[in-house]
Each structure stands twice: as C-alpha cells, then as structure tokens.
Write a protein that binds this ligand. Structure first.
Ligand SMILES: Cc1cc2nc3c(=O)[nH]c(=O)nc-3n(C[C@H](O)[C@H](O)[C@H](O)COP(=O)(O)OP(=O)(O)OC[C@H]3O[C@@H](n4cnc5c(N)ncnc54)[C@H](O)[C@@H]3O)c2cc1C
Length: 338
C-alpha cells in the first residue's frame, strides 16, 4: 500500500483536472483492501475510491483520502457447456478484460468495448452501450464494507441494477470497496445487433454473419468517430443521463419538436436522448472558461486545455437551466461531481 501526500490528480481523471489530493493511497494487492478498511476511521475524511477517474469531476483540491484501486488479475473460476465464469480484480482495465474475452470467444461484452473504466467501477453505474449493460453479464460482486471492515459477496439480483444505477450508488454509496467482479459469459454467440448504427456499419461492410472481432471492431470505429479522445481533449464521456419522462409529456413535446430523439421504455415511459435536447438547443460549442460543449457530440463536455472542474460544473448547470427552460425537462449528471 503506497501512501502519498499532496499529489496532483491530473493524470487520475479523464477530464484532466489539476487538483491536489491531501492523501493518496494506491492499492496494488487485494489483501490491502482489508487492511485499509481497518484503518478507515483514522484516514483523513472523506475517502473517495478512484478507478480511472473516467466518471469523476474534481471541482476542488480533495481534502480527504483518495484510494486508487490498481489490483490486477483475470481468473476463470468455473465453466460448463454453455457458460464461463470469470473473476476479475477491481483494478483491471475494463477494455483489457473485454479484449481478453474477444480473443477467447467468450460472448457478452463485445458491445462494451472501449469504455474507459476499471472493472471495479463497472457495477457502480452499470455501464452500458449499444444495447448491452454490464448487468447482462455480471454474476456477483465481491466487496469490503468500510464500516465493519468485513468482506461480502452480493449476487446480481441484489445489486438492484437499472439504467446507470445500482445498489452501489444508493444504499452502499461511499461505504464499500469493490475488490472483484465475477462475470458470466456465454460460450456460444448470441449478439445484440439491433442498434441502428451497428446495423448500418455491418451492411456497409457487407457482413451478414459477423464474428465477435468484427462487432468489436465496428463498435470501436463508431465510438472513435463519435466521441472525442480524452487523452487529447479531457472529458468524462456523456455528461448527463438520458432523462425518462411520461408518455403524456412526451406527446406534448412531440407536437412542438417532431424530430425529438427518444426510445420507448414501456407503455408509460419514454427515454429522451439528452444529446439531442442539448444539440437542438443550439448549445454545441458553448463555453465556460476552457470547458466546452463538444462541437460534434453535444452530450460531452471537453477540456480545451486548462479547464477547471468549476468550469465544467458551471457549464453543466447552464445546460441544465436551458434544457429546463426549453423543454421543461430536468436532466441530471451521469458524472460524479466532487
Ligand atoms: C470517453 C468516455 C466514454 C465513456 N463511455 C461510456 C459508455 O459508453 N457507457 C457508460 O456507461 N459509461 C461511459 N463512460 C463513463 C465511464 O467510462 C464509466 O462510468 C466507468 O465505469 C468509470 O470507471 P472509472 O474506473 O473511471 O470510475 P471512477 O470515475 O474512478 O469512479 C466512478 C465511481 O465508481 C466508484 N468506484 C470506482 N472504483 C470502485 C471500487 N473498486 N469500489 C467501489 N467504488 C468504486 C467511485 O468512487 C465513483 O463513485 C465514458 C467515459 C469516458 C471518459
């Protein structure tokens, strides 16, 4: 366990925000999680568990303790004719695990390629993309509770997964450290290809019966054209969650905005594309300090160089205000602002 004081977090968050952490602890071995949990009451508070920082916006120097999870390991725990169970340490890079699955023809995570994340953060907001959510493949989650320093295993059902949400963002928020996640992957292909852009790319490439690598390649390609590279222009991906509204409200909006982009959830609710709301409000390119709404992807706020976390925050508040004024819809950040 490495403990440092007053270190810059610039390389530990994908928005590239340069703030200092009072205390910074890097965890390289799973056994250190239990040790840290025992010391937890004595650590400078608050304590924030940090993976890649791809969903974290720092707005100030952090007065407490940052615990950076950097444990590595991918292990097959069991398998049968149809499924394979793989236990992955929390500090593994998600895309390395996805690549491992693709190379070995373990099916289920191919649509989730190229999402910047540590494995431990994956269940927190139940990451999702192109019609697949992490909850489709999570079997169980191992965690240590910081209050009693004990270790627990929670099964998928008890994780209460929903759209960008889980028990870890609610009842267990800031109380636990996820140490490992067990994924259940299929040994037989069963692809989810109903996402329009993926279908179009398959048609363009004249692929009728895609292989797992072809799907991953196409999704990587779509993502690289749609999303700015955070290594060049710092960002945290989609800044806002897509709002969910009633069908009644949707029908009223549809009259005023016939092009509104939406997805039906059920007979009562519609999910509205937050990116469309922002784009249609002519906010692309709008800036606050060095934080800017990306000129191609309205849902992403980018760091044009020297943006402060406060610039991102102020800009996001302005976006929320305009969306409420124009559409009477509240949108909420997907990014954790601290
Ligand atoms: C360019 C870009 C594209 C993105 N695309 C997508 C996308 O397609 N779909 C999607 O869902 N998300 C997307 N995101 C968001 C981001 O990838 C996910 O939220 C990801 O899971 C964040 O992982 P992280 O390790 O960086 O988490 P962090 O930002 O470090 O932490 C996020 C939260 O998880 C907690 N946490 C992290 N690790 C642990 C642990 N081991 N135990 C307990 N708590 C922990 C933190 O305390 C915090 O609350 C994107 C982000 C970027 C920058």
């Amino acid at each position: 366990m490495k403990i440092e004081r007053n270190i810059s977090l610039k390389k530990y968050n994908t928005c590239g925000i340069d703030v200092l952490a009072n205390t910074f602890i890097e965890i390289n071995h799973s056994s250190d999680i239990a040790k840290l949990a025992k010391q937890y009451p004595k650590l400078p508070q608050p304590v924030y568990i940090l993976g890649l920082g791809a969903n974290t916006l720092f707005t100030n120097d952090f007065k407490g303790t940052i615990v950076h999870i950097n444990t590595k390991g991918i292990n097959i725990v069991s398998e049968d004719d149809s499924s394979i169970y793989i236990k992955v340490k929390a500090g593994e890079i998600w895309d390395d695990f996805v690549t491992f699955c693709i190379h070995n023809n373990y099916y289920g995570v191919e649509n989730l390629v190229a999402i910047p994340s540590t494995v431990g953060a994956v269940p927190i907001q139940n990451i999702g993309a192109y019609g697949v959510e992490a909850s489709d493949v999570i079997h169980e989650v191992y965690y240590t509770n910081l209050d009693d320093a004990k270790s627990y295993i929670i099964n998928k059902k008890s994780c209460n997964f929903s759209y960008r949400d889980s028990i870890f963002k609610n009842k267990l928020k800031d109380k636990i450290i996820i140490s490992e996640v067990v994924f259940k992957l299929s040994k037989h292909p069963s692809f989810k290809l109903n996402y329009g852009q993926v279908q179009n790319e398959l048609i363009k490439a004249k692929i009728d019966n895609p292989k797992i690598e072809e799907i991953a390649h196409i999704i990587r390609k779509i993502r690289s054209t749609k999303l700015p590279d955070y290594k060049i222009n710092g960002n945290a991906g989609s800044f806002f969650k897509n709002p969910i509204i009633s069908i009644k409200k949707y029908n009223i909006l549809l009259e005023k905005f016939p092009n509104i982009v939406s997805y039906k959830i059920d007979n009562f609710k519609m999910k509205i594309a937050a990116g469309w709301l922002i784009d249609n409000a002519n906010l692309k390119g709008y800036k606050y300090g060095d934080a800017m709404i990306h000129s191609k992807q309205a849902l992403v706020i980018v760091n044009n160089g020297k943006a402060k976390g406060e610039d991102f925050k102020k800009l996001s508040e302005y976006i929320q205000k305009r969306i409420l004024e124009i559409y009477d819809i509240n949108i909420f950040p997907e990014v954790i602002i601290i």
